[in-house]
Design a protein around this ligand. Structure first.
Ligand code: LLP
Length: 381
């Protein structure tokens, strides 16, 4: 399906984020079908994109919400997610955030440390409530992805290390206002080697046995998110292979009767439906390099500057033979570069240039650096 642009593009100021809601629906339907087949509950990771039209469609599919701040919890509730389908995760939940989530009676807190557990117990007690908690364990499985987005290794700040688990369970047994309902793991993001999930499923089975040997039955197993997307050839894989992903957990997890399995997908649900649309301000020829200077920069899409991430760049107006350009933004930072030596057709001032696969961790990570205006969102379909 070729990229569709709004008919009034010629008069619409750039940059803006364009979301193809038809593609979003197609993606959500594929994920929902695969999840249903294996009886797995999806909690959408709001951090990937929390725009209301997107949340509305995610929520209508029956997905829950995976939130990592008090504002995300509130945003999920405001956009129609039932409190019983909201999970609150994160390594640094503030007292105010915990209090708000307790008052809203969300489904569960994914707890990352013993001190956090004690604080949740105390705050729940003060509200006369009992908080449902899942322990986030650090399963020590290598996600084989960029080190900035690897989270399941011993050296990461996330999760409870296995060596500390006995102490955490002792603490849990003493706390009156928290109830253990599940186990949570998340090993990283943009995972394209699905064998990693096979290893993870095996590890979760071992962890479950460890709990069972201590007489603890887990109500749910939450295996996190992280399914990757194809940034290089977006049109070849607009909808990720959800059957393969859910199939691994459906097949390999040793599920106990009545036990629920949860996943927290973000990127794979929303990345391909979003495109950053910009125009070329100037083409600057220097001795060895031709720079295509866009009106969008790292303030709109920081992933290339932050993680050296690749986003496919297309000149929708250019004609003629291809040349190599360094495609850069207008921000006063050398890292404000979207791509070096990118092959584009002869590029001129005013050409429309798009950055593909920008629906996840794009708009949400935008900033006002250089006092830039926020790029608006435009929805198609
Ligand atoms: N669950 C937990 C505990 C997480 O930390 C994350 C993402 C997710 C679920 C959702 O993962 P996903 O399915 O979206 O991969 N800003 C980075 C990505 C950071 C991901 C953080 N955690 C990027 O632009 O690549």
């Amino acid at each position: 399906m070729p990229l569709q642009l709004p008919a009034d593009l010629s008069t619409r100021p750039t940059p803006f984020y364009l979301y193809d809601l038809g593609l979003l629906e197609q993606t959500l339907a594929a994920a929902a079908d695969a999840a249903r087949q294996h009886d797995i509950q999806v909690h959408y990771a709001l951090k990937a994109n929390s725009n209301a039209p997107i949340l509305e469609r995610v929520q209508r599919r029956g997905f829950g919400a995976d939130c990592v701040s008090g504002n995300e919890v509130q945003c999920a509730l405001d956009n129609g997610f039932a409190p019983g389908h909201v999970v609150f995760a994160g390594v640094g939940k503030s007292d105010a955030e915990i209090n708000r989530a307790l008052a809203a009676d969300i489904w569960c807190f994914n707890v990352e440390s013993a001190p956090e557990l004690a604080v949740i117990d105390e705050l729940a007690g003060a509200q006369g409530r009992r908080a449902r908690v899942a322990l986030r364990l650090n399963p020590n499985v290598d996600a084989r992805t960029h080190h900035y987005i690897t989270t399941g290794l011993e050296a990461n700040k996330f999760g409870i290390n296995l060596a500390d688990l006995p102490q955490v369970l002792e603490l849990l047994a003493r706390l009156p206002n928290v109830e253990l309902v599940g186990l949570h793991v998340h090993i990283g993001s943009q995972i394209t080697d699905l064998a990693v999930y096979e290893t993870l499923a095996g590890r979760v089975n071992e962890l479950q046995q460890w709990f069972e040997h201590r007489g603890i039955r887990l109500g749910h197993l939450n295996v996190g998110g992280g399914l990757g997307v194809d940034y290089h050839e977006p049109d070849a894989h607009l909808v990720p292979d959800f059957d393969a992903y859910f199939g691994i957990f459906g097949r390999l997890l040793q599920r106990r009767p009545g036990q629920q399995v949860h996943v927290e997908l973000g990127r794979s649900l929303v990345a391909q439906c979003g495109t950053l649309v910009s125009r070329v301000l100037y083409v600057k020829e220097s001795q060895q390099t031709s720079f295509a200077i866009l009106d969008a920069g790292m303030t709109e899409l920081i992933r290339p500057a932050l993680y050296q991430s690749y986003h496919r760049i297309e000149n929708l107006s250019g004609q003629g033979p291809e040349r190599l350009y360094d495609v850069v933004g207008p921000i006063c930072e050398s890292s404000d570069t979207f791509g070096k030596r990118v092959a584009l057709p002869e590029t001129r001032r005013g050409d429309v240039v798009v950055l593909r696969t920008a629906g996840a961790y794009g708009e949400v990570m935008s900033s006002g650096y250089n006092l830039r205006d926020k790029a608006p969102a435009v929805y198609l379909g």
